[in-house]
Design a protein around this ligand. Sequence first.
Ligand SMILES: Cc1cc2nc3c(=O)[nH]c(=O)nc-3n(C[C@H](O)[C@H](O)[C@H](O)COP(=O)(O)OP(=O)(O)OC[C@H]3O[C@@H](n4cnc5c(N)ncnc54)[C@H](O)[C@@H]3O)c2cc1C
Length: 482
Amino acid sequence: MKKEKKDFDAIVVGSGPNGLAAAITIQQQGLSVLLIEGKDQIGGGMRTAELTLPGFKHDVCSAIHPMAAGSPFFKTLPLHEFGLEWIYPPVAAAHPLDNGEAAILTHHIFDTAEQLGSDAAAYKNLIGPILKNWPAFVKDLLAPLHFPGKPFAMAGFGLKGLQSAKLLSRTFKTEKAKALFAGMAAHSILPLDKMASAAIGLVLMTAAHADGWPIPGGGSQSLANALADYFVSIGGQIETGNMISSLYQLPSSRAVLLDVTPRQLLKIAGQKFSTIYRSQLSRYRYGMGVFKIDWALDSPIPFTAKDCSKAGTVHIGGTWNEIAHSEQQSWKGIHSRKPFVLLAQQSVFDKTRAPSGKHTAWAYCHVPSGSDKNMTDIIEQQVERFAPGFRDLISGRHTMNSKELEQYNPNYIGGDINGGAAIISQLFTRPALRYSPYRTSAKGIYVCSSSTPPGGGVHGMNGWHAAKRALKDIFKINLPPV
Ligand SMILES: Cc1cc2nc3c(=O)[nH]c(=O)nc-3n(C[C@H](O)[C@H](O)[C@H](O)COP(=O)(O)OP(=O)(O)OC[C@H]3O[C@@H](n4cnc5c(N)ncnc54)[C@H](O)[C@@H]3O)c2cc1C
């Protein structure tokens, strides 16, 4: 039977890192792809805008990109030819303490270990084996469940990473090392006593030693633009300002890949799905929200601990106990009065971000899902605690509570920036327990967002794996591993 002529081979809805990765992967096979973005600007979580004052460029969402720099797929693309420049702050992350010291995470495992004093050996024993196998390992980690390329190394990682951060923190004796690890593990956006909350901490610390924690010159929009410009250069088409509420709005195609989370997926395509799949999607769990703040500053942040001034990221929250308590509170629906704050100071390393002599800073803390509480004062108190005089430098600020974040990007349900809670039952099988998590129950419809493995963050691997699945199912093209 003759195949019906379609407008496009594939349509991708949503231009976050995963939508862009999926669109590029399919277009690279010589097929025709249309990428549709609901907002006027492409990029999803990778946008930069003058949120406060003219000339101050703020990363609206993602700022620090260890997983993008280390992404097995992004590494295959000539993104530097499309304007992407990675800038590496001398210290990846610093974690100030009340005694005026800071724990630091640097490019060198030995330097990081040595400043942890009596925990130096424990740090090397924990991270060393993961770092040794990293290039192969990162491909296994940023993928759906499969037989790993390095089974023994992966099993070793699993024994550590599947633990709660609380349990694994017992590896360390000093408050300094425990605090450093708490800040890393809190990127999981889970209470630190939850199973697998250790995994992201281990990955982020190892990534600092392997690929660094860079910022894109000019802002995270530069990464979005480089991906989009490369996509167009190989023949892809992009349409912005078209928020899709039903599949019927789309031109005809052989495959549709949606860079959306289960709740939106149900609205857009639910009528095409089986009852079981619909029920699975409706049970999907979203995580805590975030409260985001951007500042225009008259000078760099005057941290008491000098190492903080060399760091792209500063983890603010004090001790292990304080951070664990604040994460537990947000999970339970309580706004912490001393939240763990993730802060980035891009302009210290990238002069394009602010007018001469001026600076920007970016921060967020975790809050209960759907919160509309204004956390400005509480966050600024936390920064002031480790950088007295900070508040006097503020010349402009812009904030978004969890509700406003969801209005800004419909994928941030209740302010959840990871497309769903990274609880153990949703780690490998998100958004539903299926042979391939990227396939929906309807032929030709795929999901490619951070609600699929390997979860949140800017790396594009969800999109690459979803496209690989669609290429095999619909176009009979078998991609080799990336
Ligand atoms: C405040 C904040 C800080 C962050 N910091 C970092 C960081 O430093 N490093 C890091 O790696 N990650 C960070 N993240 C997380 C990161 O941004 C996300 O994990 C990542 O962007 C998810 O990519 P995605 O492609 O799955 O979805 P998204 O990037 O959310 O993109 C989805 C896109 O789809 C569009 N869309 C949705 N529904 C429709 C529809 N119906 N029709 C048309 N278009 C639609 C949206 O407008 C959006 O552009 C941060 C996120 C936030 C909010």
